[in-house]
Design a protein around this ligand. Structure first.
Ligand SMILES: Nc1ncnc2c1ncn2[C@@H]1O[C@H](COP(=O)(O)OP(=O)(O)OP(=O)(O)O)[C@@H](O)[C@H]1O
Length: 551
């Protein structure tokens, strides 16, 4: 994770608000006037009382009617400020969510293959949610506190410069020094909290996914102990954060009272020495007491902001992450006339997975690739799909390097059936339609017949309209695999890449599918990765691979 300093982080996060700056100006104006109104309700109240006790004093500013008007305005202005701030925050959250999803689209599938998915889920859900605090409760309160402090310093200083200096010192201490102190004290804590929360989500997700293994091998207690330990660490840090928050509130309240007392003492001395009249001293004192609201809001930000900034950091990291492969556009459209790998080497990390692999995939033929588990067969298919970038050697389609083919063009030319078929929460028909969005029911049924799954679908309560969600996890591996194959048949790509397409099928269904594949290849090309010798029967050529090269 990149560590940006608070200034850079805030600058980057604030820059996102630019398109909504009009709303921000309104939020700050409403907030400033609202707080000013609230302060002057008390000040005016004191003025009215003074004018009753000492008739004829200048303290009486506008009368009781002004208090009523200010009270009404306070409500309206507060509503306006909150409405503007939340409009900014929720519009920005929508914008950030859409940016995060387009970043994930570019980063996937490489990012999703090895990534810690729980952490990613925490980022997509709670980290983005937390940014609401920054956009609705941070930017405008800072500006409101600044304007309010400046205005009140001048207003109190009007009675006597010394009182103005005390007021300024009070606002700076509560609104700047306390938040900075708390921010420094809690530095790193927010990042740790977000990281631990992400790691707990990952662990819960992993435990749920591996539930059958956990039950089978009776390791539930160990998993529970691991979850307990992670929860405890998280709770410990949350407690530290809460304690810090409590200290922050206590410190702020103490300082507010100290500065109120200081101004009271100074004003009393000035009255005593005849340099200030009594009414002015009372108004200055009431003015300071009633104007702390905006700076106290800033003092409270000190600790909560840590969490928000940590979330901002994680979201910005994802937005700035460089994709493993770039989207290619603007290249000439190509048709498929065969594929070729020459001297192809590849590694995910240090270890070389493919080393100098060369092979030809002739058009209209079935090319089988066999090899031991881990020999790099699936990796080769992923390079053909350009999920990862070829760094050494060449991988071409119709004589054009994969990295020079428009991404959309490449997706049209290739159909990839992985070892795991993912089904969305939708009907069977719509799950198949993602391979060809305008497919008619007849076309879908034809693809399912080829994949030997049509008869099974007809036994379902609503046939092709049965929602996959209602079937829950009851779909067998073989049924999923055949639905994956039906998608490939439906997608009219000339090159079909199949990774262990029959591993979950019985020999009868395997024979039906292989027969369909053989028929399909009259006008399509198939790359078939499998361990099974029976599957390789239909291949026109079989290429054995070992340790990432032809054996
Ligand atoms: N995203 C990844 N990041 C790091 N290593 C990976 C990744 N994907 C695969 N590998 C590693 O690359 C090696 C080759 O994997 P690959 O899936 O290509 O082999 P395979 O021949 O298809 O194996 P199998 O027949 O078991 O599916 C394995 O050691 C695997 O752990």
């Amino acid at each position: 994770m990149k560590t940006r300093n608070t200034y850079t982080l805030c600058r980057q996060m604030i820059s996102l608000v630019k398109p909504l700056s009009g709303w921000m100006v309104m939020a700050v104006t409403f907030g400033f006037l609202g707080h000013l109104g609230a302060a002057f309700i008390t000040i005016e109240g004191a003025g009215v009382l003074l004018s009753i006790i000492f008739p004829g004093t200048a303290a009486y500013l506008g009368g009781l009617w002004l208090i009523v008007v200010l009270a009404l305005l306070r409500g309206i202005l507060r509503y306006g400020e909150q409405a503007c701030n939340h409009t900014i925050a929720f519009r920005l959250l929508a914008l950030i969510r859409s940016q995060v999803f387009s970043a994930l689209r570019k980063l996937a599938p490489a990012k999703l293959e090895g990534a810690d998915k729980g952490n990613l889920i925490t980022l997509i859900t709670s980290d983005i949610e937390l940014l609401e605090v920054f956009y609705a409760h941070t930017i405008s309160p800072i500006l409101i506190a600044l304007f309010m402090s400046l205005f009140m310093t001048l207003w109190i200083g009007r009675f006597h410069p010394l009182l103005g200096v005390i007021a300024l010192a009070a606002y700076v201490t509560v609104g700047i020094l306390v938040p900075l102190y708390i921010h420094r004290k809690s530095q790193g804590l927010g990042t740790q909290l977000r990281r631990q929360s992400g790691s707990l989500s990952s662990s819960v997700l992993e435990t749920l996914r591996g539930l059958s293994e956990i039950l089978q091998f009776d390791v539930g207690k160990q998993r529970l102990a691991d979850l307990d330990q992670r929860t405890e660490v998280l709770a410990k840090h949350e407690l530290t954060m809460k304690i810090l928050n409590g200290k922050n509130i206590a410190l702020t309240q103490t300082l507010v009272l100290l500065f109120d007392s200081l101004l009271l003492i100074a004003a009393s001395l000035l009255v005593h020495t005849g340099r200030l009249d009594f009414s002015s001293a009372v108004l200055a004192f009431v003015g300071l007491m009633s104007s702390f609201g905006p700076v106290i809001a800033l003092a409270n930000l000190g600790s909560t902001l840590q969490n928000t900034l940590a979330s901002g950091n994680r979201v910005l990291d994802l937005l700035e992450e460089t994709p493993v492969v770039d989207e290619i556009t603007g290249r000439p459209q190509i048709d498929f006339t065969g594929a070729k790998a020459e001297n192809l080497s590849f590694s995910y990390g240090e270890e070389e997975i493919l080393s100098g692999l060369s092979l030809d995939i002739p058009q209209g033929k079935i090319t089988g690739i066999v090899g031991r588990s881990g020999s790099g067969k699936s990796t080769f298919l992923k390079l053909l799909m350009r999920f990862w970038e070829v760094r050494q050697g060449t991988c071409t389609l119709s004589g054009t390097s994969i990295s020079d083919i428009n991404t959309v063009n490449l997706r049209e030319l290739e159909s990839y059936v992985t070892q795991e078929t993912h089904l969305f929460h939708d009907t069977i028909a719509n799950n198949l339609r993602i391979a060809k969005q305008d497919a008619t029911l007849e076309e879908i049924q034809e693809a399912c017949r080829k994949a030997s799954i049509h008869d099974w679908i007809l036994t379902l309560p609503q046939g092709y309209d049965t929602p996959v969600g209602e079937l829950g996890d009851t779909l067998s591996g073989g049924e999923r695999q055949r639905l994956g194959l039906a998608r490939a048949f439906l997608h009219s790509a000339p090159l079909i890449l199949l990774d262990e397409p029959t591993s979950n099928l019985d020999s009868l269904n395997e024979a039906i599918i292989l027969h369909a594949l053989q028929k399909e290849t009259q006008d399509r090309t198939v790359v078939l990765v499998s361990h099974r010798a029976s599957t390789m029967r239909i291949a026109d050529q079989v290429i054995p691979v070992e340790n990432g090269r032809r054996s």
